[in-house]
Design a protein around this ligand. Structure first.
Ligand code: UT7
Length: 330
């Protein structure tokens, strides 16, 4: 019999060594520890140095996930990297493949901002369900500190750097119980990191545009409203597909964007606080890394146990949002 179910069999994470606490931010912008904690729940974040590349951080997280899954890098068939901040605009997944020595694996990047991990989970699952691949490494990694405007107090207080990874394996029973993914490009201007090009005439009549990416801009209130409304909807839909109800969830694992968003979503879904996984206080919003980082911590702390049902949901730029309901372990 073919194993076309999916099991998530390993997790790993990696964080840069450098801390930046809220007190440190008061030296950059007019803000306070109290404002940041009250409005976001964030106390500190990690910041990657110049020599801490995204690929290196991702490879460290990946090695831990691969070890937990009990396989070796040459057994990987596919490496998917969810990121918006590659070391190379052509993609960083191949660099991770080389660092791991995953010689058989095909590797590519996937960009869906803070929804990247959930979008990647569903994408990775399709290759297993169609019996194409057996062992897939999914990494969510971002170094948003490269792209934050450190003079903008409305955004610079939020973000941090990290990487998280999981291994998905072909399994007899399917542990990905349901999902729902959504996009709405008409609201792109709520949160973006756009390319700004200057027009140059290359030869008579032939114009090119060259320039740079601009720092993150965000309409915080709109994104907040969007998240609190859309995330419960998409979790409900994924639960419906899984034939489950909210009471059956063991853990609510949301993209760690703002503690107030975590609280509001849990309240709307009637999920008690003790089932909500939160580590935002220590890392801030680490974009595509936030869900696998929080998952890995909870697994290693022994909170998440084999067979636990997890409702994960990512949301962010695009705009994109999505949810996946899965059971931990084989
Ligand atoms: O991955 C998804 C990405 N993003 C998100 O999920 C972000 C969602 N949005 C949020 O988390 C919140 O909107 C923020 C935390 C960004 C902002 O919180 P808020 O409660 O929506 O604050 P606000 O933007 O309405 O600002 C309230 C006040 C303003 O002052 P006035 O105009 O009322 O006098 C701001 O200028 O707070 C001021 N303010 C600050 N004060 C101290 C804004 N940022 C700061 C700051 N320190 N860092």
């Amino acid at each position: 019999m073919q194993n076309t179910g999916i099991a998530i069999t390993g997790s790993g994470s990696a964080i840069p060594a450098t801390f930046l606490d809220n007190q440190g931010l008061t030296k950059l912008v007019e803000t306070s520890d109290e404002w940041i904690i009250t409005r976001t729940g964030i106390r500190q974040r990690r910041i990657a140095k110049k020599d801490e590349s995204l690929a290196a951080l991702a490879a460290t997280a990946s090695k831990r996930a691969i070890a937990m899954a009990g396989i070796t890098p040459p057994e990987l068939d596919l490496i998917l990297l969810a990121t918006s901040t590659p070391d190379d605009l052509f993609g960083s997944a191949c660099q991770i493949q080389a660092l791991l020595g995953a010689t058989r694996a095909v590797a590519f990047d996937l960009t869906a901002a803070c929804s990247g991990f959930v979008f990647g989970l569903v994408t990775a699952a399709q290759f297993i369900k169609t019996n194409v691949y057996k062992n897939v490494l999914l990494v969510g990694a971002d170094i948003l500190s490269r792209w934050v405007n450190w003079q903008d107090r409305r955004t610079c207080i939020l973000f941090g750097d990290a990487a998280g990874a999981v291994v998905l394996q072909a399994n007899q029973s399917d542990r990905l119980l349901g999902f729902e993914l959504k996009s709405d490009g008409s609201q792109n201007n709520c949160l973006n990191l756009p390319f700004h090009g200057q027009s140059k005439e290359l030869t008579p009549g032939v114009f090119i545009s060259q320039g740079n990416f601009q720092p993150i801009t965000m309409n915080g209130k709109e994104v907040y409203r969007f998240a609190v409304q859309k995330v419960p909807e998409v979790i409900d839909k994924a639960l419906f597909r899984a034939n489950l109800c909210a009471e059956q969830i063991d853990w609510l694992l949301l993209h760690q964007a703002n503690q107030r968003i975590l609280d509001a979503v849990a309240q709307r879904l009637n999920i008690p606080q003790q089932k909500v996984i939160s580590n935002i206080a220590y890392y801030g919003n680490t974009s595509a890394a936030s869900i696998p980082l929080a998952l890995d911590e909870a697994v290693r702390q022994g909170k998440i146990k084999s067979n636990d049902i997890i409702a994960a949901s990512g949301f962010g730029a695009g705009l994109t949002w999505g949810a996946a309901i899965f059971q931990w372990g084989r």
